[in-house]
Design a protein around this ligand. Structure first.
Ligand SMILES: [Fe+2]
Length: 204
């Protein structure tokens, strides 16, 4: 039990320097890499994804750098997420998206570089999106699944993220449900297209 008089001994105060431009932690303990082949089942145009894997050498989609803190209530986990630019067909490169395992936990994304959107949904089918650009912060409330998409034509989408350390990641539910919208780029314009499959009907 933590108290102001008797703080938990599991971690001491610390500080570090971030590379805000490149989106790097100096010495991340964890580096999570998602390649195009990890994204099978997420994009509408599966043939375009297979061409990308075969012809572009299975390129990196996104990376997450983190120096973990204890996964216990009261702590704050943080990371830097770097999502590469690109398209699968006309669908913007995106992250898998997830709910938190402890669903009643929020998250803050501070965008450091690039442009894109945070796409969010609830299990009841509500859907929302917020623009991401350098200096913009997105607040993801508890119980909202979230996925980011890079809409730029050549720049990574870099964000600093903070969330309760005991939140955990639930990828399975959103993999089954899908998001009600897909973020496309057609003729230079961002399009929020309805998603026929998988996922429920669009309600907002
Ligand atoms: Fe999250």
């Amino acid at each position: 039990m933590m108290s102001a008089k008797d703080p938990t001994p599991s971690i001491d105060p610390f500080s570090l320097e971030l590379d805000l431009e490149q989106g790097l932690l100096p010495e991340p303990e964890n580096r999570i890499v998602r390649r195009a082949s990890d994204m099978r089942g997420y994009y509408a145009d599966e043939a375009a994804l297979e061409r990308l894997i075969a012809e572009a050498g299975d390129p990196i989609h996104y990376e997450v750098f983190e120096v973990p803190v204890p996964e216990e209530a009261g702590q704050l986990m943080y990371c830097i997420s770097t999502l590469r630019p690109g398209r699968v067909g006309d669908e913007c490169f995106m992250t898998k998206g997830h709910y938190h395992t402890v669903a009643e936990t929020a998250e803050i994304y501070l965008c450091l570089r690039g442009e894109g959107y945070m796409l969010m949904k609830t299990s009841a089918g509500r859907c929302a999106w917020e623009r991401m650009a350098r200096g913009r912060m997105v607040y993801v409330p508890p119980c909202w699944a979230h996925r980011s998409a890079n809409t730029s034509d050549g720049e990574p989408l870099v964000s600093f993220c903070v969330y309760p350390a005991h939140a955990g990641h639930n990828y399975g539910d959103i993999q089954c449900e899908g998001f009600p919208r897909r973020i496309l780029k057609r003729g230079g314009e961002v399009v929020f297209a309805g998603s026929a499959s998988p996922g429920p009907a669009v309600t907002s």
